[in-house]
Ligand binder design. Structure first.
Ligand code: G6Q
Length: 552
């Protein structure tokens, strides 16, 4: 495998050195690191493209950073970054280029796949999306009965859902409040029914978002949406052209579904689902915030791309963030990573990041096909602050797991209201301080706490966190933030020598589900050849369905 690293990770000199280094400093207290170096909180910071990262509250020294940077170099990070931006087929297991960076390349920049510059095609689609979004926003896209569209329903799942939902929620402040937006993803009929129950079909537009246009969940929801529309609008199939558009790479399937390809917005096989929110998959986002704001979002992505591509490894935000994740996952055994945005608009950001990180780096073999003998992608999770503080932070502060945290805050609120923002931000700073420095038994006892209660009230501290501070949550800021994590995932994948761009792990369940679906619904009793547990569950489902049918 041409792109696999010839030296296994655990044999790279920097890896070996990091192991020895961890044995030396792994137990060092953040209290001591700060006491020894009063300038640490200002020194271990990095600012780029409007994101200020304070990484001083990590269990690291300057030597740690030096060794992690050396590890990145020995892992061929520079070459891998260059290969991605050059359109090489770095997604080797699917034989594809990986060019989400081309989605936000400005006009005139050249990024070629197999010798063909893809940037003009990107801008052609953006232009068509812009015209369409404007027509909907100005009330000039009329439904079958002549009424203007008031609700947009995005139907998609995974990468064709999580990005659009997250971006809509994150940028709601900038959205056209005359329009409403819904998102249907789950094949559970409840999702579709609840999303549409109060809608007027004459004023509803469905965006069927599916790269492949074959995904069972999306096709099932799309068929229900078509029935719902046609039933309400008198059954005239020509209504579909007014109420359905598609975002896909599969024109044939879009046409077969009944959507005019004139109403299809394309993208390309070099855009992975979880890296597609800034492609035509972002059509709902563009309708919500308008084409100009969408371009600002793209500009934010591009600014972070350029920083990632050009900044020196040691002063590179995504590199640093990615390497810190490797440090905790592999040398401290941290199995999870919390992401805690202190902005209500970012409430779906952790869910979005879960797919981005876990589908990308949840891998157990290297690019060369060898089983790894080290931990790869940790579990990402989180909730917006301050809500999490009143639920799971207890375990982060006093539990037995080490959970590195990313706190994300803003110096300005989009909804200034009395003292809310100062209180919100005070909590960001207070949490990171409490996690890092805790409260010793002596301090607790000095407060007059009875001796028996002291151990319960001790905060060990020494719990690491990053603080990411931005000015305000603008479209541009969101672009920089998402690109920061996209590239951090790339850095991790490069060190671990896995392919962050395939997702074979989701295939087996999909294949089995198709088979089981047939067995659940067949008129004849099926011959079951699963394990005894699965067979018994299928039989029970069928017999309960039959008994409820016969009693109806
Ligand atoms: C993302 C994955 C996956 C994908 C969905 C939807 O990286 O590939 O989450 O986005 O399975 O696929 P379609 O867009 O093809 O319906």
């Amino acid at each position: 495998m041409a792109l696999a690293n010839p030296i296994p990770l655990t044999a790279r000199p920097a890896w070996v050195a990091l192991g020895e280094h961890h044995a030396e400093i792994g137990g060092t207290e953040l209290r001591d690191l700060f006491a020894r170096d009063p300038g640490r909180g200002e020194r271990l910071t990095l600012e780029a493209e409007g994101i200020y990262l304070d990484y001083s509250k990590n269990r690291i020294t300057d030597e740690t950073i030096g060794l992690l940077v050396q590890l990145a170099v020995e892992s061929g990070l520079r070459e891998r970054i260059a290969a991605m931006f050059a359109g090489e087929r770095i997604n080797a297991t699917e034989d594809r280029a990986v060019l989400h960076v081309a989605l936000r390349a400005p006009k005139g920049e050249r990024i070629a796949v197999d010798g063909i510059d893809v940037v003009p095609a990107v801008h052609e689609v953006l232009g068509r999306m812009g015209e369409f979004a404007d027509r909907v926003r100005r009330g000039r896209w009329l439904g079958h009965t002549g009424k203007a569209i008031r609700t947009i329903v995005n139907v998609g799942i995974g990468g064709s859902d999580l990005g659009p939902v997250m971006a809509y929620e994150a940028l709601r402040h900038y959205s056209d409040r005359e329009l409403s937006f819904r998102f249907v993803s789950n094949v559970d009929g409840t999702d579709f029914v609840e999303a549409t129950r109060d809608l007027d079909p004459a004023e509803t537009l469905f965006i069927i978002s599916s790269k492949t246009f074959t995904t069972l969940e999306t096709m099932t929801n799309a068929a229900s949406a078509r029935d719902w529309t046609l039933t309400a609008l008198g059954g005239d199939p020509s209504a579909i052209a007014k109420h359905f558009v598609a975002v896909s790479t599969n024109a044939e399937a879009v046409e077969a579904f009944g959507i005019d390809v004139m109403n299809m917005f394309g993208f390309w096989d070099w855009v992975g689902g979880r890296y597609s929110m800034d492609s035509a998959i972002g059509l709902s986002t563009m309708i919500a915030i308008g084409p100009d704001a969408f371009r600002e979002l793209l500009a934010g992505f591009h600014a972070m791309d350029e920083h990632f591509r050009t900044a020196p490894v040691e002063a590179n935000l995504p590199v640093l963030l990615g390497l810190l994740t490797v440090w905790y996952a592999d040398f401290f055994g941290a199995q999870t990573q919390a992401v805690l945005p202190y902005d209500q608009y970012l409430k779906r950001f952790p869910a979005y990041l879960q797919q981005l990180t876990m589908e990308s780096n949840g891998k157990h073999v290297t690019l060369g096909g060898a089983a790894v003998d080290y931990a790869t992608g940790p579990v990402y999770w989180g909730e917006p602050g301050t809500n999490g503080q009143h639920s799971f932070y207890q375990l982060i502060h006093q539990g037995t797991e080490l959970i590195p945290c990313d706190f994300i805050g803003f110096t300005h609120s989009l909804n200034p209201l009395g003292e809310h923002h100062d209180i919100l931000t005070a909590n960001v700073f207070a949490q990171t301080e409490a996690l890092a420095f805790g409260k010793t038994a002596e301090q607790v006892a000095a407060e007059g706490t009875p001796e028996w209660l002291v151990p319960h009230r001790v905060f060990e501290g020494n719990r690491p966190s990053n603080t990411l501070l931005l000015d305000r949550l603008t479209p541009r800021a969101l672009g920089t933030l998402v690109a920061l994590y996209e590239h951090s995932v790339f850095v991790q994948g490069t060190v671990w020598d896995v392919n962050p761009f395939d997702q074979w792990g989701v295939e087996l369940g999909k294949v089995l589900a198709r088979q089981v679906a047939g067995e659940l619904s067949s008129a004849e009793e099926p011959e079951l050849a699963h394990d005894s547990s699965t067979n018994a569950l299928i039989r029970r489902y069928r017999s309960r369905q039959e008994s409820s049918c016969s009693s109806e």
